[in-house]
Design a protein around this ligand. Sequence first.
Ligand SMILES: Cc1cc2nc3c(=O)[nH]c(=O)nc-3n(C[C@H](O)[C@H](O)[C@H](O)COP(=O)(O)OP(=O)(O)OC[C@H]3O[C@@H](n4cnc5c(N)ncnc54)[C@H](O)[C@@H]3O)c2cc1C
Length: 256
Amino acid sequence: MYTDLGSRPRCSEAMNDGVLPIGPDRDIANVLAKSLAKRGTKIYAEARVGSLQHSETGLIVPFETPKGSDKIEVDQVLVSIGRRPVTEGIGADQAGVRIDERGFIEVDTNTMLTSLPGVYAIGDCVGTPGVGTPGLAHVACAEAVVAVDHMLGETPVPVDYGKVPWVVYTYPEVAWSGLTEAQAKAAGRNVVVHKHSFAGNGRAMILGETDGLVEIVAEKDGRFSASTSSDRGPANCCTRDTWRSTGRRCPATSAG
Ligand SMILES: Cc1cc2nc3c(=O)[nH]c(=O)nc-3n(C[C@H](O)[C@H](O)[C@H](O)COP(=O)(O)OP(=O)(O)OC[C@H]3O[C@@H](n4cnc5c(N)ncnc54)[C@H](O)[C@@H]3O)c2cc1C
C-alpha cells in the first residue's frame, strides 16, 4: 500500500526469503517480491532489527544480516510482527474455561465448545490444531457456524483448518489454500504441479496485468490438493475452489 502511495518503504524481515516467508509457494511469493522491488520497495531478508535511535531528520534502524551489520535512516517505523490473544483478566480460569500456555482458549473444534459446558469460543481467541492459528475473519465466521449448529442440536461440519483459504491484500494480490508443493512432498504425497503464467493469458494481457501465475498442486490420481495464485483478484477463485473441495457452499460468493 505504501509503495503505491508513492513512498519508498524499506521492509526488514528476520526470516529467510523476506516477502511472505511463511505461507504460499516461493514461486508465488516471488511474484510479489519482484513487483515490490520493481516499484522501489527495498526488502531486507534475514535482517534482525536492533534498537531504534532518533536522528535529526527521522529514525535510524540498525539491523544484523548474515552479511554483517547495516543501518538505514527512515521517516517513520511501522512494526508489524504478529498478534496474540487478549485473554488475561477476563475471568475465564475462575469460570472454568481452560486457556492454553499461549493464551488461546481451548475448544473442541467439532463443536467449538470450551471446557465449560454451554460456553463456546470462536475466532482469534481460539487455538486451532495443526496449521497454527489462522487469525482470519472467514475462519471466525466458519467457526461461528459450527458453534451455532451445535447450539441448535444439529451435527456441525467442523472447520477443515488444512483447507483454509489465505489472502494477502497486496498488489499484486496473493492467495492460496491447501498444501504447497514442498509441504505436499514432505507429507509423502505423490504430486503433479501445473503452473500457468498470466503472461500467456489473453484477459491478463488486455488488462495489462501480466505479472503473476496460478499454480495447481494435485495428487497423481487426480485429486485436487491446493491452488495458489498471484495477480489482481485471485482471492475469490482460491476461496471458491477451497469451499468446493470441502463440499460446503461458499458464503462469501454464493458459489456452489
Ligand atoms: C491489521 C489487520 C488486518 C487484517 N486483515 C485481514 C484480512 O484481510 N482478511 C481476514 O480474513 N482477516 C484479517 N484480519 C483478521 C481479522 O480481523 C480477524 O481474524 C477477525 O476480526 C477475528 O474475529 P473475532 O470475532 O475473533 O475477533 P475481533 O474481530 O477482534 O472481535 C473481538 C471483539 O471483542 C471485543 N473485546 C475484547 N475484549 C473484550 C472484553 N473483555 N469484553 C468485551 N468485549 C471485548 C473487541 O473489542 C472486539 O470488538 C486482520 C486483522 C488485522 C489486525
